[in-house]
Design a protein around this ligand. Structure first.
Ligand SMILES: Nc1ncnc2c1ncn2[C@@H]1O[C@H](COP(=O)(O)OP(=O)(O)OP(=O)(O)O)[C@@H](O)[C@H]1O
Length: 272
């Protein structure tokens, strides 16, 4: 369903992504790992057309999305929602309006200017917030929420687009371990329950191993590993990160392993 062929991005003399190629046969959860500057963000930005590729193809369900223009490109961007490290919400706007922003691509300018949303969209936004356990915060300003809650609002906004693919660029890099786990659980659920493809850039190995069906390792713009979490041994990881024999996986660990405390947080949030 997705074929990436020799995808390349150059910024002047710097090759950020260098002839990346891989194929995905069915929706799955894919983690992309690699050190800072490896080209992970540039890859995601090319995929949803925030950045133009220099060369190569990216074929999704039979169409090279790199060739799409105008309304077709906007439709693809709606099919391919993106979540960012810094949430990118409108801080002073309430949560439900932030979620409704996920419908912007298919709404008219006037309706957008005056915040006119169809009733069914408002109900759907609240249903999505409920599903993510944050409906109790619907009327609050986004800036009043914790980082983890804000990221879940960003996920709700993405789901509002009913996307086929969710791209997440370091979705947990700004979160504490507990909130990181809540956000990763939600990303996994929207793959498991909805069948959406999720591609997440992750800065921690243990998260990639724990949540992803497949892991792609990038180093200096190239794909140097593509396999299952089980194949991602410490030796392979050392290679991806270009580290020496003293490489410690703990340095890339979020230690998000406390299910009891997570359940307590979820229950407390629902009760608020
Ligand atoms: N807009 C840009 N202009 C020039 N160079 C850029 C631009 N965006 C990225 N680069 C360069 O491309 C390379 C890959 O950057 P990219 O942000 O994709 O890496 P990354 O793996 O996502 O790293 P990080 O985890 O730090 O975000 C880097 O050398 C970076 O400096």
């Amino acid at each position: 369903m997705l074929t990436v062929e020799n995808l390349t991005k150059r910024f002047g003399a710097n090759t950020a992504v260098d002839r990346a190629s891989f194929t995905v046969e069915r929706p799955m959860m894919i983690g992309i790992i690699g050190r800072s500057g490896a080209g992970k963000s540039t890859f995601l930005r090319m995929m949803n057309r925030l950045t133009d590729a220099t060369e190569g193809k990216l074929v999704f369900e039979g169409r090279d999305v790199l060739q799409l223009k105008g309304s077709e490109k906007r439709l693809w961007q709606s099919d391919c929602a993106m979540i960012f490290q810094q949430f990118n919400l409108v801080p002073r706007m309430d949560v439900v309006s932030n979620v409704l922003h996920g419908t912007l691509a298919r709404r008219g300018t006037l309706a957008t200017m005056f915040n006119l949303y169809p009733r069914e969209d408002i109900h759907r936004a609240i249903d999505i917030l409920e599903r993510l356990g944050i409906a109790a915060h619907a009327a609050k300003r986004a800036e009043a929420l914790s980082g983890g809650q804000q990221q879940r609002v960003a996920i709700a906004r993405a789901l509002m687009q009913d996307p086929k693919v969710v791209l997440a660029d370091e979705p947990i890099a700004s979160l504490d371990p507990m909130n990181a786990q809540l956000v990763m659980d939600d990303l996994r659920r929207i793959h498991d329950e909805d069948g959406r493809m999720v591609i997440a850039n992750l800065h921690t190995l243990d998260t990639a191993r724990r949540y992803c069906d497949r892991v792609i390792g990038m180093r200096a713009g190239r794909i140097v590993f593509d396999g299952t979490p089980a194949q991602l041994t410490t030796g392979v990881a050392r290679d991806i990160y270009g580290a020496g024999a003293d490489f410690s996986e703990n340095a890339t660990s979020t230690e998000i392993r406390d299910p009891v405390a997570t359940a307590v947080i979820r229950a407390a949030e629902v009760a608020v």
